[in-house]
Design a protein around this ligand. Structure first.
Ligand SMILES: [Zn+2]
Length: 310
């Protein structure tokens, strides 16, 4: 029976305050539906103003680190990339007191040098999605969030060091082109994305990164290359079977990297991600409808006094 969490979200606490380690969020994508080594598992259902996240969060411990794991596509892989309730997923992490999220995703490679099985610690995105909800703003509240450097540099460094620590084959930077899907690219598109100098291609991460930044959370991506998309002369098609086969073969490496990263996340964070909401809002809060204020307060974009309509 899943434990229901419908009450107010946990207060955002400054990382590193007190002896208790902060809870870290992990999002698993295609082929990574569970987090190995997570003990004391407790499925936690979270309600958010944007509805329900993809699945109950699996909360537990990796060593002495509290962790909340979410399967991005839900149990049994039920949601298309464009159908995922990204806002509820990110808001759900906030409700569980998470301020930092590590994401794992299968990606296609757009570079000869990134071979199937390689890890890429993404540092940039190109957003090629089409019309999916990707902001907490709107409905009477206008906000423009700085997103020039979309990945938390502190978490990315932790992932790089974890890749080094487990001796994984990895690339410490990479631009992730996020396409809408769900069909894979045409060859003409794949050639075009290579001209953009993108390194890997996927269907989900830019939306998560954008929402995490709006809410002032740290977010970093460990991308696992599973194929050469369809540009490569020797690999001119990508299939789900190939993607999942490579994921299965390399998921233990991804798990080892995650486990190490979770143990070594620096506290307090040496970044400015948490400051993003303070400079984004344009609308005067008195002009924001009370319901919108409440939603923004849920994720900490407005403080709770504003959420109460004062
Ligand atoms: Zn950060």
């Amino acid at each position: 029976m899943a434990e229901a969490l419908k009450k107010k979200p946990a207060k955002n606490h400054p990382p590193g305050s007190g002896a208790i380690r902060e809870r870290i969020g992990v999002i698993g994508g295609s082929g990574l539906y569970h987090l190995k080594g997570l003990s004391g598992l407790n499925p936690t259902v979270v309600e958010t103003p944007w509805g329900q996240p993809s699945d109950p969060f699996m909360t537990g411990m990796i060593g002495d680190v509290p962790v909340a794991f979410l399967s991005r596509h839900g149990a049994g892989h039920r949601y298309l990339p464009g159908e995922i309730n990204y806002r509820a997923n990110i808001a759900g992490f906030v409700a569980l007191g998470v301020r930092r999220i590590l994401s794992v995703s299968a990606v296609g490679s757009l570079k000869e040098a990134i071979v199937p099985g390689d890890m890429v610690v993404v540092d940039q995105f190109i957003d090629w999605t089409k019309g999916r909800p990707s902001t907490f703003y709107g409905q009477g509240a206008v906000g423009h969030t700085g997103f020039a450097h979309p990945i938390c540099p502190d978490l990315a460094k932790t992932l790089v060091e974890a890749c080094q620590g487990v001796k994984a084959r990895f690339h410490e930077k990479g631009t992730y082109l996020c396409m809408e899907g769900p069909a894979f690219s045409t060859q003409a598109e794949s050639f075009l994305y290579r001209q953009f100098k993108a390194d890997v291609i996927g269907m989900t991460n830019v939306t998560e990164a954008r929402l995490a930044r709006e809410a002032g959370l740290c977010y970093a991506t460990l991308a696992l290359s599973t194929d050469f998309d369809c540009w490569h002369p020797d690999h001119d098609a990508v299939t789900v079977t190939d993607v999942l086969a490579v994921m299965e073969k390399n998921v233990s490496t991804a798990n080892r990297i995650l486990e190490r990263a979770l143990q070594t996340v620096r506290t307090p964070a040496k970044c400015t991600c948490q400051e993003a909401p303070a400079t984004a809002l344009v609308t005067h809060r008195d002009s924001i409808p009370p319901e919108t204020q409440k939603r923004l307060a849920f994720i900490g974009i407005l403080n709770e006094e504003a959420g109460a309509g004062s």
